[in-house]
Ligand binder design. Structure first.
Ligand code: SAH
Length: 389
């Protein structure tokens, strides 16, 4: 089948944006089943590329190649090989880090596919039907990593939206994969890809966690939305005086205790609480380093205003907890909140808290989460390091 785009709607695709939205399509020539590979052409009939088709989704096609070539097992194997080459170039894995992202969907030319590495176990997540239909080719190609096991991690909402069944299960190799020991920034961790959130860890923050480690000497640290304790552990490794980890998930906090034990840290406290409730009662100006890394506050455009208000209130509370001159690392993983709005929100929070704020550094997800430059949808993470005076 050929998807012919409306006049003027092909430009993003020519620049490497991999999604064909339903509204950009002028007509569909021929027929195709959901998940099939189709051709994409501009209004003049010029070939743009080939990708996965799904009539159920607003994202009608996801382009996998801009060359005139087949989307088959060979292409997948080549892309996975390339993805591995990039990670090796980035020094992954290393003695210090054995947990990282091997395939970041569109950013690695494999739309609909995420592969995370935890030591010798691979966690695979499908977010598009076309990728799911090629799962066996994908598992075969991942053989180059010589994994002890490959696990499919349920895609939840994506699967429903795209129309395929997904479950968390071992798909290749050893069946009884329990907790997997691996390392991040020199810290011993244990990941449970069959049970955790995401594929087991929030790998996108690794480089930011390292940064926090380098700024933590002697600090009293508050790690709000800690999950498995990532920021706090990096801070303690960097010489923090003590760390308090807050999360609403008891299961996540069990990981924090385990990780503290594995790494020999005793100056770490876990608090099971809602982040807002916790911050409302914390002693003002009692922390030297505060990290707030909440889940998405804005999932759809209609939630954007409420989401920004939520971030503002959260950051006001976090600033209030900051001692004079403390550092605050504030994050958002809502793709809908752009960098500019996020910084404006920080300014509004600074006014609400009655504190002066300096922006020190702005970053995003780590380099093992690459994105095409024409694809802002892929760069969702905002990490802003501030000083609160
Ligand atoms: N900072 C973590 C990732 C955080 S992900 C890291 O570096 O790995 C977001 C976390 O927020 C999850 O662990 C989730 O359990 C927790 N969470 C969700 N809602 C919460 C709430 N209302 N209060 C506190 N924690 C919450």
């Amino acid at each position: 089948m050929k998807l012919v785009l409306k006049k003027g709607r092909a430009n993003p695709l020519w620049h490497g944006h991999p999604w064909v939205y339903s509204g950009a399509i002028l007509r569909e020539e021929g027929t195709a089943q959901p998940g099939d590979v189709v051709e994409v052409r501009d209004a003049e009939g010029r070939y743009i590329g080939r990708g996965f088709y799904n009539p159920r989704s607003q994202i009608r096609a996801r382009v996998m190649t801009w060359r005139d070539e087949a989307v088959d097992a060979q292409l997948i194997a080549r892309r996975i090989e390339e993805a591995r080459g990039l990670r090796v170039r980035l020094g992954l894995p290393s003695a210090e880090t054995t947990a990282y992202r091997l395939v970041n969907s569109e950013g690695d030319g494999l739309p609909g596919l995420v592969v995370d590495v935890y030591g010798d176990v691979l966690a695979v997540q499908f977010t598009a039907l076309g990728a799911k239909l090629m799962e066996n080719d994908i598992y075969d190609a991942l053989g180059i990593m010589k994994p002890r096991a490959i696990i499919e991690v349920s895609a939840g909402g994506f699967a429903q939206l795209e129309g395929f069944a997904s479950a968390t299960r071992v798909v290749r190799g050893e069946q009884d994969v329990g907790a997997v020991r691996c390392r991040e920034n020199g810290i011993e961790i244990e990941v449970e890809p069959l049970k955790g959130q995401k594929t087991g860890m929030f790998l996108d923050q690794r480089e930011n966690r390292r940064k926090i480690g380098a700024l933590a000497k002697g600090a009293r640290v508050l790690d709000i939305y800690t999950y498995a304790g990532g920021f706090a552990l990096n801070a303690l490794r960097g010489g923090a005086k003590e760390a308090t980890c807050v999360d609403s998930s008891a299961r996540a906090l069990e990981r924090v205790s385990l990780h503290a034990q594995l790494n020999g840290y005793t100056n770490i406290t876990s608090v099971e609480a809602d982040a807002f409730r916790f911050l409302e009662t914390v002693t003002p100006k009692s922390a030297d380093l505060v990290i707030v890394d909440p889940p998405k506050f804005a999932r759809a455009k209609k939630d954007l205003d409420a989401g920004l208000k939520g971030y503002q209130r959260l950051n006001t509370l976090a600033m209030t907890a900051c001692a004079e001159g403390a550092l605050l690392a504030t994050c958002s993983c809502s793709q809908l909140v752009d960098q500019e709005s996020f910084e404006r929100m920080i300014a509004a929070a600074s006014k609400d808290a009655g504190r002066r704020v300096q922006l020190l550094e702005i970053s995003s997800q780590g380099p093992d989460h690459p994105v095409p430059p024409a694809f802002p949808e892929g760069r969702y993470l905002k990490f802003v390091l501030c000083r609160v005076v």
